[in-house]
Design a binder for this molecule. Structure first.
Ligand SMILES: *Cc1c(COP(=O)(O)O)cnc(C)c1O
Length: 504
């Protein structure tokens, strides 16, 4: 399997070449030269694998189609080490919960930091340790976070050989729970840097350090941001697992209130044993989206042949993506135009993974993609595909649809799902449920990806329900734990000096 850049760089790369890299040298994003195709027979076999051997075995099947420079036995061992009940809370790893009628939730947030980013980041930690060990190299991961990404990265990299993490965050601006999650880590290789400033200051520092190529090379500075192909690939797996569960005659039940079977009168699933064609049933997914990483993994799964009807992109008030799928205009926002919302992990001004989809949409025209995401966006802050026949295919050929949810929608949805079904959902997942309900199609199961647990966004839950969210037992009292963090002004030189000191 060779990888290519969305902007046309021709030097062929293999998986481990791009694992530790961010952008391609031409500024584009990596994608496989072609998507491996999964036949009906293979999907049937994967159904058996998931049931008999578990999620880790399914992950190995999917990953091995894209990774041919890690011996199969090693890759399998890495998957088995990653996707365990001890780390993800259940043996099924990503259980499906029934909400109502055709609406389901896929639980992706039971990992160490209670957000879906653990699904990919935990694997990335093991892949990094493996590959760095093989090369005898070290890596210093420098990042900026306002919450979910940083904690997922730290929990994935803690104690890993050859890796240090330097995570900047805006001092005093994360929730008490998020600060406690990150700052209570005592591992020697994890360094929290609270910057006296806002999130943008943190990002600017990371950019300034990465742009100092001499420093970057000398101190092996790397990142783990959402454009990393390995992260995206790890996320493809749970679309298959979600599909398999949603097309079962009886879905493994979770809450006591969840019925084991779809409601009376629901169209039957053809996936039942003895039902002839096995995988003709289509399933739709709704994905709370920010940087378009999660839903891009759904696009990859669909391109591999997974029978997905719709991929519904749900945004919050920061509706860059909803605007594109409605109008064909992609318009990045300035910081004054980027709202702080109660689903903060989707507060984006541009969607950093979106280029991957546009590349496919334009028939993999790298020159055009390079022009749109290079000069066009730099000069005008927007591009317009509304008159291009390709735009209509976003829906007709690629299954995309979209919708938007506001603070009021979020509160109403959290309240409604709690009152009617006794389920507490987080603010991002609520955006997903709100938009999913607007895109239901008769007889097509709709799976909403649950991207975080409510405890991470307790203030809004209290606002919606007048009560505190449930807290998983292992997080009892974490706010009181000792904290390991250094506070620094927004000064690049001081951050660099700190990195140098820790590398001695
Ligand atoms: C990161 C994140 C998102 C957005 O995911 P993308 O891959 O950036 O689209 C949504 N919800 C939560 C809770 C997140 O942490």
């Amino acid at each position: 399997m060779k990888y290519t850049s969305t902007r046309g760089d021709q030097s062929p790369k293999r998986f481990c070449d791009i694992l530790l890299e961010g952008l391609a040298p031409d500024g584009g994003l990596y994608l496989p030269e072609a998507y491996p195709q999964v036949s009906d027979a293979t999907l049937t076999e994967w159904r058996r694998v998931y049931h008999d051997d578990g999620y880790a075995a399914l992950a190995f099947e999917v990953l091995s189609l894209y990774i041919d420079d890690i011996p199969a036995a090693d890759l399998r061992a890495l998957c088995e080490k990653t996707y365990t009940e001890a780390i993800f809370g259940t043996g099924e790893i990503v259980p499906l919960r029934h909400v109502e009628d055709d609406l389901w939730l896929e639980a992706l947030s039971n990992g160490p930091t209670l957000a879906f980013k653990d699904m990919a980041m935990q694997l990335l930690g093991n892949l990094f340790e493996y590959e760095l060990g093989r090369r005898g190299e070290q890596l210093n991961i420098l990042g900026a976070t306002s919450g979910d990404t940083g904690s997922a990265a730290e929990y994935a990299m803690r104690g890993k050989q050859g890796v240090r993490v330097f995570m900047t965050s805006p001092h005093g601006r994360m929730s008490a729970f998020q600060q406690a999650q990150m700052f209570s880590l005592m591992d020697d290789n994890i360094h929290n840097i609270a910057i006296e400033g806002v999130f943008d200051d943190c990002q600017d520092i990371v950019k300034a350090v990465s742009n100092d190529l001499d420093f970057k090379r000398r101190y092996k500075i790397g990142t783990v941001n959402s454009i990393n192909w390995a992260r995206l690939l790890a996320q493809v797996v749970y679309y298959f697992a979600g599909y398999i569960q949603a097309t079962e005659p009886s879905t493994p039940t979770l809450g006591a209130e969840a019925p084991a079977l779809p409601p009376e009168g629901a169209p039957t699933t053809l996936g039942r044993p003895g039902g002839g064609l096995v995988n003709t049933q289509k399933v739709s997914f709704t994905v709370p989206s920010g940087n378009f990483g999660n839903v891009c993994a759904g696009h990859v799964a669909r391109m591999m042949g997974l029978p997905i009807a719709q991929l519904v992109v749900a945004t919050n008030e920061n509706d860059v993506l909803d605007e594109f799928f409605r109008t064909g205009v992609y318009r990045v926002r300035g910081s004054a135009d980027t709202h702080e919302t109660s689903s903060p992990s989707m507060d984006i001004s541009k969607a950093s993974n979106f280029e991957r989809f546009v590349f496919d949409l334009l028939g993999r025209d790298a020159a055009r993609t390079a022009d749109l995401f290079g000069p066009q966006l730099a000069q005008t802050g927007r591009f317009d595909l509304s008159a291009d026949p390709a735009f209509a295919q976003a829906a007709s050929r690629y299954g995309f649809a979209s919708g938007k949810s506001t603070h009021a929608d979020r509160l109403a949805t959290i309240r409604d799902v709690f009152e009617r079904h006794g389920m507490m959902i987080d603010t991002h997942t609520a955006d997903g449920v709100k938009v999913a309900r607007e895109h239901l199609q008769p007889g097509v199961p709709m799976v909403v990806l649950e991207t975080a647990l409510p405890i991470k966004f307790a203030d809004t839950i209290v606002e919606a329900l007048g009560q505190q969210p449930e807290r998983p037992p292992k997080f009892e009292g974490i706010e009181a734990l000792p904290k390991r963090v250094v506070v620094m002004p927004a000064d690049v030189a001081q951050v660099k000096a700190f990195v140098v000191e820790k590398c001695q």
